[in-house]
Design a protein around this ligand. Structure first.
Ligand SMILES: Cc1ncc(COP(=O)(O)O)c(C=O)c1O
Length: 483
């Protein structure tokens, strides 16, 4: 007899593991007697207590049974199909196939890439976040944390954070709210999920921008909603272009400050038309204001939520872009009547958490670090966008069209065909450059070809190298005769 050396730590755990494997693999058959604990201890060079602990555990779990006066025997396993040895595997009993809903969720989820260099969209400059200051704040607030924060929470978030956030949103985003209307979530994604589940039923229509954000769309699909594309042009999403027979929406998802991914800002007439359509249909507008802080040509655009009295809008914010996505903190600004049900459902479905991080964030905002960080990042991203434009200038001179880039963390390059798009994406993959195809952001295929080029999280050197590479590749494929 020899002990297997599995990953378990103590000798007793190793003996338990070995005996269990021998039983399950049939080396110790049903009904056979285990050697006595003394014999096992002697043969394996173990203490007797070690052996007894392993046998006790096997007994408790039903692998062996003790017959008083006779010894310990391998238990017989009874199933509906009969008696025998405890099977090693139940493979084949359940299909690994995803549900239809699961498959649809995956359709909206690109393969995850762990390479966050040029040109991953939506990734901020992670190395620029003031980590030391943040860690000091976390430490301070951990030390001060009341014991109640170790319990389940259901207040909607740390009050201090909701207060400073409310001031910030009122001042810089013209959002109309009181602190009590803010529900802290673990990111915008959780906010979309709550809205989809609490305000719509399976089969209800949700109008989504086309092209649009797959993250939000996967939440809608997971809630069984029927996502209907809403065309976007240079003035943003256009509710006037919806065909008459289109199912009336229960929800309308938009990114009016900076449309994702096209980058356009929704014009005032479009905003009014959207508010009017939502009121007509009795629908809620979900305003996703994910990166509005990064505007380069003008002050941030005021929110849709604050444009008129009692706008049927749920404002969704996130710290993923302004701070970092791994923080998992975002928020909803809810109409008064929805605060209690959303808070209760969130506590039920997701549980609240991260109160120490929330308190640290309240201080980070309250002490002015947030505004300083945002304005530093705004300058950095403005610079990085200029670097990217410079690297791509030779291609632009030969006809490559780039989005205006007045805001945000990415540019969109238009391409002439899906073939060129997929060839560039494939070549990029081989060169270690992440190119996101614009067509992938469309519900209705074939989508418009293009590339979504995130520049915020890439260093100057990465932008220069990857930009030059893209410039050459595009010129080879798109303008060979004009080189
Ligand atoms: C349009 C849009 N909304 C929201 C988010 C942020 O989501 P979360 O707060 O869940 O990280 C992203 C991030 O990629 C985004 O692109």
């Amino acid at each position: 007899m020899q002990l297997a050396s599995p990953s378990t730590r103590t000798l007793s755990q190793r003996l338990y593991q070995s005996l269990r494997e021998w039983i399950q693999q049939g080396q110790l058959g049903v009904g056979s007697a285990l050697p006595s604990s003394r014999q096992l201890a002697r043969e394996l060079g173990l203490g007797r207590n070690t052996v007894l602990a392993a046998v006790d555990r096997l007994t408790a779990e039903g692998f062996v049974e003790t017959r008083p006066g006779a010894g310990v025997f391998v238990a017989e396993w009874q199933s509906e199909r009969g008696a025998g040895a405890i099977p090693v595997s139940s493979a084949g009993a359940v299909s690994h196939e995803l549900s239809a809903r699961g498959q649809r969720i995956l359709d909206f989820s690109r393969v995850l890439s762990d390479r966050h260099t040029a040109f991953a969209p939506g990734v901020p400059a992670l190395d620029q976040f003031p980590r030391e200051r943040w860690q000091r704040l976390l430490r301070r607030h951990y030390q001060r944390a009341p014991i109640e924060w170790h319990d389940y929470q259901h207040q909607g978030g740390v009050a201090a954070l909701r207060e400073v956030l409310c001031d910030y949103l009122r001042l810089s985003r013209s959002v109309r709210c009181r602190p009590e209307q803010i529900l802290i979530t673990q990111g915008a994604q959780q906010g979309f999920e709550l809205i989809a589940r609490l305000l719509a039923d399976a089969g209800d229509a949700v109008w989504v921008e086309e092209p649009g954000y797959g993250g939000a769309q996967s939440c809608f699909v997971a809630a069984g909603l029927n996502a209907i594309p809403l065309a976007v042009d240079e003035d943003g999403a256009n509710v006037n272009r919806v065909a008459d027979e289109t199912p009336a929406p229960r929800l309308i998802y938009v990114t009016p400050s900076h449309q994702y991914p096209s980058g356009v800002t929704m014009s005032l007439p479009r905003r009014m038309a959207l508010l009017e359509a939502a009121s007509r249909h009795g629908a809620w507008i979900i305003e996703d204001d994910y990166d509005s802080e990064f505007r380069y040509a003008s002050a941030p655009i005021a929110s849709l939520q604050g444009l008129v009295d009692d706008a049927p809008v749920i404002y969704v914010g996130t710290f993923s872009k302004v701070l970092y996505p791994g923080l998992r903190l975002g928020y909803l600004v809810l109409p008064e009547a929805l605060v209690e049900p959303f808070t209760r459902a969130n506590a039920r479905l997701h549980r609240e958490g991260q109160y120490v991080a929330q308190a640290a964030l309240a201080a980070f905002i309250g002490e002015g670090h947030f505004v300083r960080h945002v304005s530093r990042m705004r300058e950095l991203y403005r610079w990085r966008q200029a670097q990217l434009r410079e690297a791509l200038a030779p291609a632009v001179a030969r006809g490559l069209v780039l989005s205006a880039g007045q805001a945000g963390m990415h540019l969109v390059a238009q391409l002439e065909s899906r073939e060129i798009e997929s060839e560039l994406v494939a070549r990029g993959r081989r060169a270690g450059i992440l190119l996101s195809p614009l067509s992938g952001y469309f519900l209705q295929q074939p989508g418009r070809p293009g590339l979504v080029l995130g520049y915020a999280g890439a260093t100057d050197a990465e932008i220069a190298t990857a930009g030059r590479w893209l410039c050459r590749a595009w010129c080879e494929l798109s303008a060979p005769d004009r080189r």
